[in-house]
Design a protein around this ligand. Structure first.
Ligand SMILES: [Zn+2]
Length: 98
């Protein structure tokens, strides 16, 4: 039960920190992302070339790094939510039954 509570707290933190909205708005509005999407479309269509591979690879690595930072932030805020929730009587009673 504690694992479920922490997972929910982590996901709630993602929502509160607007991670998905920030990621989408950051990437949709970016001219760099439009270039990468065109490069990716060429690769997907079989027009394989080194420049497009490197551009797509760099974008994926940068996005992954950004997502890792969000995961750490969600863990931190989620842990605070978890501690608050688990200290309430209802959550304590639920935790004892697991
Ligand atoms: Zn997460």
């Amino acid at each position: 039960m504690k694992q479920l509570a922490f997972t929910l707290a982590h996901e709630l933190a993602h929502y509160e920190l607007q991670h998905t909205l920030n990621f989408i708005s950051k990437n949709i509005e970016s001219p760099e992302t439009r270039k990468v999407m065109k490069a990716f479309a060429r690769l997907k269509a079989g027009q394989i070339n080194e420049k497009d591979i490197l551009m797509t690879q760099a974008w994926v690595y940068a996005a992954s790094s950004y997502r890792r930072e969000e995961e750490l932030a969600a863990d931190s805020l989620g842990f605070l939510y978890f501690k608050i929730a688990i200290s309430s009587r209802t959550m304590s009673e639920l935790a004892k039954n697991t």
